[in-house]
Design a protein around this ligand. Sequence first.
Ligand code: PHE
Length: 493
Amino acid sequence: MQGQQKTRWNSRFAFLMAMIGSAVGLGNIWRFNYVLYSQGGGAFLIPYITAIIVMGLPFLILEYGVGYHLRDSLSNILKRIKPYLEVVGWFILLIVFLILTYYLVIVGWDVIYLALSFFKGWGADPNMFFSNNIVVGGDDLNSITSFVLPMSLITILLWIVLWYTSCKSIDRIEKIVKSLIPLLFLLMAFIVFYSLTLPGHMIGLQALFRPKWELLSDPSIWVAAFGQVLFSLSMGLSIAITYASYLPDESEITGNVVAVAFSNSFFELFTAIGVFSILGYMSLQSGLPIDQLATSGAGLSFIVFPQVFNVMGNSAYILGPVFFLCIFFAGLTSLISLFETMRNALSMKFGFTRRKSSTILTIFGLVISLVYTTGSGSFILTIADAFLNNMALILGVILQAVIFGWMYGVEKLIPAINKNSKLKVGKTWTAVIKYILPVILSLLWICEVIDVITFDDINVLIIQIIIAAILIIAPIVLTKLPAKDENSTPKID
Ligand code: PHE
C-alpha cells in the first residue's frame, strides 16, 4: 500500500530545494524588509543574526535530527515518547493545517495580481481597487455570507493544484521544487539588479540600512527579530521533521540546516535591497518620503507596488509580472510543505494512501479556505494570522523544546545527527534546547499574548475563540480516532 511505502528523496538537491522552498515564502518578500527598516535598520542585523544562531539553527537541527532518526510524523513520534503526548502533536499539526488554509488564500490574491500586472488592471487607484475587489467588506463579520467569487474560484483551483502535487508520490513535489526554487532565485536576481539601475535607489537603501543603534536596548526589536526568524525558517511546525524523515540513511544533518538557513537569510536580505531600491525610485518620482511608502504585507505588494508600476511606464509590464510570479513561486513551495506535513501525519496514523489523505485534507481545507474568500474573509484572515503565527506557533516551539529536550532526552539524538555531519553538535547544543530556548521563547510568548489578545472588539474575540476551540477540539478527536495499527508505532525507550 502506498501510504505504508517508504518515501525517500531522490537526491540531496531535491531535499534542499524542498526545505528552502518551505522557508522562502511571503515572509521573505513582503515582511522581512519592513521589519528590517522599522526595527533599527542596519542595527537590526545584530538581534537578527543572534536569533538565527541562538534559536534558528539549534532548533532546526533538533527538528532534522528527530525526523531523520525517528522517521515518523510528529503526532506518532510524540505518542511513541508518551501516549498522552499524541494530542500535543495534533495540536501543532492543526496549526499547520490552519496556517495552510489562509496562506493559500493570500497566494490566491497574488495570482489575481499576477494576471492584472500584464495590463495594470488595478487601474489608477490601487488602494481603492484592493479594497473593492479583494478585501471586500469591513472590519466585522457582517459580510460573511457573500463570496468574492474570483477569489473563491482561485482558491478552489489552488487546492486542486496542491492535491495534484501531493496525491501520487514525492516525485511531483521534487520536480516542482527543483525547478521553481532556482527559477525564483534567478527572477529575484533580475528584479534586484534592475532595481539598482533605477534613479533614486540610494534613497531607499539609505533609509533601509541606516542603523539606529539606540534601539538595540529596546526589547521590541529583539522580539521582532526572534519572531521574524521563527516565521521565516518555518520553524516548529514539524515541516522539517516530515521532510527530514524522507532523508536517506547516509544523509548529513547540520550541513543541510546551515545551507537552508543561509539561503533563506540571503534571499530575504537580497530581496530587501530590491524592494527598497524600488521604493527609493518611487520616493524620487512622487516626492513622498520613504516612511510614507514603506509598509509590509499585502499593503506593500498589492497597493504600493502597483502604484510604483503605474508610474514606471513600460518596463512595469515586465517587472510587475516577474514580481508577482516570485511571490507565487515562493508561496506555492511553502504551501506544498504545509500540505505534505499534515498529509503525512494522516497517512502515518490512519494508514491512508497518499491519494486518500490528500483528498481528505483538500476537502476539509477547502471548506475553511472558502471562509476567507467571503466579504469578511480578509478581516478574519488578519486575526487568524496574528493568533496562529504569533501565539500558537511560539507555544508549539516551546512545547517541542521541552518535550524533546527533557522527556525524550535530546542527548539521544546526538549520535544520529553527528554520524555523517562535519559540523558536530554536543553539550552546548543540548543546553540551548533544554534551557535557553524554553526561557527565551516563554518571554517572547508572553509579549505576543499581551499583544494579540484583546477584549475591545467582540468580533475579534469571537474569531479568536472559534480558532482556539478548533485548536483544542480537533486534536482531541484526532487522537481518539483509532490508528490503523496500534503496533505500527512502537514505544521509544
Ligand atoms: N517561511 C514562510 C515564509 O517566510 C512562511 C511559512 C511559515 C511557511 C510556516 C510554512 C510554514 O513566508
